[in-house]
Design a protein around this ligand. Structure first.
Ligand SMILES: [Zn+2]
Length: 176
């Protein structure tokens, strides 16, 4: 298996290439490797963890390159960067609507699926004249070990709906 890319599906590769091209970038071996690490194990790793996994298959990759690749993938909207206080950033490739749950004891971050009309319901609390483009839902607390096991096995759905078609928002308007 030496030299082969991490389990990246044709669809993932296509989306990667298309998203990079839209930003005028090429799909390099390093970018593909870093992206492959993220989609093959969806546990919201830190850059250091991505580096440790990526170098198993691409031994020449450096931590600096991993950081660069991650930034590029974030800018191309392929992955999301999650920031927690006093913790290194974590990265998420899930494009479906979902919330995050931080297990305060272990630092693990879980994807929690959000029902379709949930965002709409939430926006009803907004005062008149406030139009939200984006809602970020983030929980933190305690996760029982069995529940953690169940949740990681259920591997929250990966939906590419926002990525297959070009993004209609301009980069400048988008908040991070
Ligand atoms: Zn996530």
């Amino acid at each position: 298996m030496l030299g082969t890319m991490r389990q990246i599906t044709e669809r993932d590769r296509k989306n990667l290439t298309a998203a990079l091209e839209r930003s005028g970038l090429r799909a390099t071996r390093q970018r593909e490797q870093v992206f492959g690490v993220l989609v093959s194990q969806r546990d919201h790793p830190t850059a250091e963890e991505v580096f440790a996994r990526a170098r198993k298959q691409l031994s020449t990759i450096s931590l600096a390159t991993v950081y660069n690749c991650l930034e590029t993938l974030v800018e191309c909207d392929l992955i999301k960067k999650l920031n927690y206080e006093r913790e290194p950033s974590r990265y998420c490739p899930n494009h479906g609507e979902h919330a995050h749950f931080l297990d305060e004891a272990t630092g693990r971050v879980f994807d929690i699926d959000i029902p379709k009309d949930f965002h709409e319901t939430l926006t009803t609390i907004l005062p008149k004249g406030f139009a939200a483009n984006k809602i970020k839902l983030s929980f933190s607390g305690r996760v029982e070990p069995e529940a953690a096991e169940r949740q990681s096995n259920s591997s929250a759905s990966t939906v590419w709906e926002h990525i297959d078609q070009p993004n209609n928002q301009t980069k400048q308007n988008r908040s991070r």
